[in-house]
Design a protein around this ligand. Structure first.
Ligand code: FPP
Length: 223
């Protein structure tokens, strides 16, 4: 049986989910945010150590301003309302990506949420905000360069936002691409692409994917 320590999810399909019901795209993001809670519960029950989710990419700024504003409004609401849930379920919140460009209120909320959940130990919940895999690598290489340490995998990893390799990457929404997510960490990840739109992604489907992962053969370049 394979150990599943680190699960990553690209939460795609919110916009199409909303459109299918004649709603604005924003409703899809709202429904997507609701889906997250049940997935985190599955992770705890399945003894997964880290869950990494892609909320907003370095490329998502290209979306219409109203949509970008809505996603950040949703994030702020989420951070303002979810603290009890994170504490009750012993979930540690960690943001990854470059949050330096965000407004002060949002940054403060993120840092406060991280601080208040930092000793929780059942699940690490990593949320990618203004995250891009290439951007993360460039930032890490710059830090490594300034440190004068030898350039090797171990030293580069020390400077990444996310230091653990991904075991299983799931992308909802039917597209077969990685979209600049955790490029280094997915080097040996197993990939699962499901057509299910993220708001419809259920705990039952997640459990099925996890069970299939546990019995698949991982070679890591060997035989
Ligand atoms: C991709 O679907 C989804 C996003 C770019 C945003 C994901 C954000 C959330 C689930 C909510 C914010 C998170 C929190 C924690 C509050 P898409 O819009 O690209 O869908 P489409 O492919 O159907 O257009």
């Amino acid at each position: 049986m394979n150990n599943l320590n680190h699960l990553a999810i690209i939460m795609d399909g919110n916009g199409r989910w909303a459109k299918n019901q004649g709603l604005l795209r924003s409703f899809g993001h709202k429904a997507g945010a609701k889906t997250i809670e049940k997935l985190a519960k599955v992770c705890i029950e399945e003894n997964i150590k880290s869950l990494s989710l892609f909320a907003f990419s370095t490329e998502n700024w290209k979306r219409p301003k109203e949509e970008v504003d809505f996603i950040f409004k949703l994030l702020k609401e989420y951070l303002s309302s979810e603290l009890n849930n994170f504490i009750e379920n012993q979930i540690k919140f960690v943001s990854f990506g470059d949050i330096s460009v965000l407004d002060e209120v949002t940054k403060e909320l993120i840092l406060e949420f991280e601080e208040k959940t930092k000793n929780n130990s059942r699940l690490v919940f990593n949320l990618g905000i203004n995250y891009g895999g290439k951007d993360e690598l460039i930032r890490a290489f710059k830090k490594l360069n300034n440190s004068n340490e030898e350039i090797n995998e171990e030293n580069l990893t020390k400077h990444l936002d996310i230091k653990e390799d991904v075991d299983l990457l799931i992308r909802t929404g039917g597209h077969f691409r990685i979209s600049n997510f955790l490029l280094w960490q997915c080097a040996y990840a197993e990939f699962v692409f499901t057509p299910t739109l993220f708001p419809d992604f259920s705990d039952t489907e997640l459990r099925k994917i996890i069970n299939d992962f546990r019995i698949c053969k991982r070679n890591f370049g060997g035989v």
